[in-house]
Design a protein around this ligand. Structure first.
Ligand code: 4AD
Ligand code: MG
Length: 462
């Protein structure tokens, strides 16, 4: 089959030729003996107009009654139409029906709300918006691999089932065998995990970081890119229970190196998309977010701002607007704060660094002041936190003291602590939420619309 994408790329060379195309019907209209069928074949945004005539094709009436969504095979001649809206059309010699649709096809040609389209997540990838979203998602994933591979990073597949809680936030989904409930209970009447598959409680991972750190101590620079899971009970446009995370980990590196890597990576991906997904980004700029292209261009050309958490709190206290949550030193930044900082105070992406230790995870490196840790979050317009990272605590005694403070059992982390015993080294890393990146580069406002099959509270269809 000739692909519509190739037709657009080399229209002239197809002129006058007989070709066969395959795809799905976007729309059909006919007048007496002449009909127009708009075909989409999945290879690009653009559609192909097919002109068919009674007398030329044998099944004119049948085609004219064909419901939207039907799959067809069309053979015909390519005719250049320099004065028409489309640069060329296909004059059909035959149209074969591969699979008919029905008149109640849920994706009729009209504008549908994103809410409605979520209820048909199995069909929405056939619409223009979701064609664009998921093509960008695919290209962005490729760009990320290319960025790291070009720099010699080793891609590590970290486990999805784990026995530890990386972030220590207790937001994990537990994994048990179906028949655990049938085992005898413990003396305290609780489920007895020692009887279960792993002999202890198992969870879906919230982050591959701790495992990635072990490989960074062997390969120097590594990254993970895989699904992560969080049972966050927050019904927001930015949180999903299953999302993908990119987590590089770099050895003999500090927080400054970490931020530089994050900035380089983000600019690389955006440039890549501006280059390879220009049609899709144009589409988003026209229909989803009119400032998108301007914003993306601004980002690749600007140096990201840097600001300590302590200074950030000062900026927020001086803000000329009321926040729902009052900013105080020691409190975690809320999305409203994050967006104010990046959108109003700095007008570009900003790294906020050196957060109070009490609102950050146990593995972050303690600063000299012993109140803050070498953490960084990258805040961006529209989304808020896009990246969270840190320099890791490489000093065994400091790490143990911190774990004791947080009541984490060192026995559960014996292998992680071994890294600090056997040739410990400075290292740092970060986690980029892949869906938030896709939201950022498309202007899509809800994480449910950049995940093929979103998993959020009360949502497990498909
Ligand atoms: O800031 P977080 O929790 O950091 C970590 O998990 C570290 N272990 C990463 C590391 O240093 N290797 O998560 C990292 C990013 C966030 O900045 C956010 O973009 C995204 O993951 N994220 C979520 N995205 C969608 N839904 C959720 N529930 C998310 N939680 C975090
Ligand atoms: Mg975070």
């Amino acid at each position: 089959y000739t692909l519509i994408k190739d037709l657009y790329a080399h229209a002239e060379s197809f002129a006058g030729q007989s070709i066969t195309v395959s795809g799905w019907v976007r729309s059909i209209r006919d007048s007496k003996s002449l009909g127009f069928l708009v075909l989409h074949d999945g290879t690009c945004f653009a559609t192909l107009q097919i002109v068919y005539e009674e007398g030329t094709i044998s099944n004119f009436q049948e085609i004219s009654r064909l419901p939207v969504g039907s799959a067809v095979i069309v053979t015909g001649e390519v005719v250049l139409t320099p004065n028409a809206k489309q640069p060329f059309e296909l004059r059909a010699a035959s149209i074969d029906i591969e699979g008919s649709s029905t008149p109640d096809y849920p994706l009729q040609k009209k504008r549908h709300s994103f809410e409605y389209l979520r209820t048909i997540a199995h069909l929405r990838p056939r619409s223009n918006t979701f064609q664009a979203v998921f093509r960008v998602r695919s290209l962005a994933a490729y760009a990320i691999h290319q960025f790291f591979q070009d720099r010699g990073f080793v891609y590590v597949h970290t486990p999805l089932i784990t026995g530890s809680d990386c972030e220590g936030a207790g937001e994990m989904f537990q994994v048990t065998t179906q028949n655990l409930a049938h085992y005898p209970l413990t003396d305290h009447g609780a489920l007895d995990y020692s009887q279960d598959f792993f002999g202890k409680p198992a969870n879906l991972t919230v982050s591959g970081q701790l495992s990635a750190e072990t490989y960074a101590a062997a390969f120097r620079n590594v990254y993970t890119f895989g699904p992560t899971f969080r049972a966050e009970n927050s019904n927001t446009p930015r949180h999903a229970a299953e999302f993908w995370m990119i987590e590089p980990e770099i050895s003999f590196a500090d927080l400054q190196d970490d931020m530089q890597l994050a900035e380089d990576m983000l600019k690389y991906v955006i440039r890549y998309l501006m280059d390879r997904a220009a049609d899709e980004l144009d589409f988003f700029n026209s229909f989803v977010d009119k400032t998108l292209l301007q914003r993306l261009t601004h980002i690749v050309n600007s140096d990201f701002a840097r600001c300590t958490y302590t200074d950030a709190i000062e900026h927020l206290k001086k803000a000329d607007r009321p926040f729902e949550y009052k900013p105080e030193w020691g409190c975690d930044l809320q999305t409203e704060h994050e967006r104010y900082l990046t959108e109003v105070v700095f007008g570009r992406p900003v790294f906020v660094t050196d957060y109070p230790k009490d609102i950050k995870a146990f593995y972050m490196r303690m600063n000299e002041d012993t109140r803050t840790v070498a953490a960084m979050d990258l805040l961006v317009a529209g989304v808020g936190e896009l990246i969270g990272g840190s320099q890791r605590e490489e000093r065994l005694d400091m790490l143990l003291a911190r774990m004791e403070e947080l009541k984490l059992d060192p026995e559960n982390y014996w292998w992680y602590l071994d890294l600090r015993r056997y040739g410990t080294n400075r290292h740092a890393g970060f986690g980029l939420g892949f869906e938030r990146l896709i939201m950022y580069v498309t202007g899509m406002a809800n994480i449910r619309d950049v995940l093929p099959f979103p998993r959020t509270v009360n949502n497990l269809d498909f």
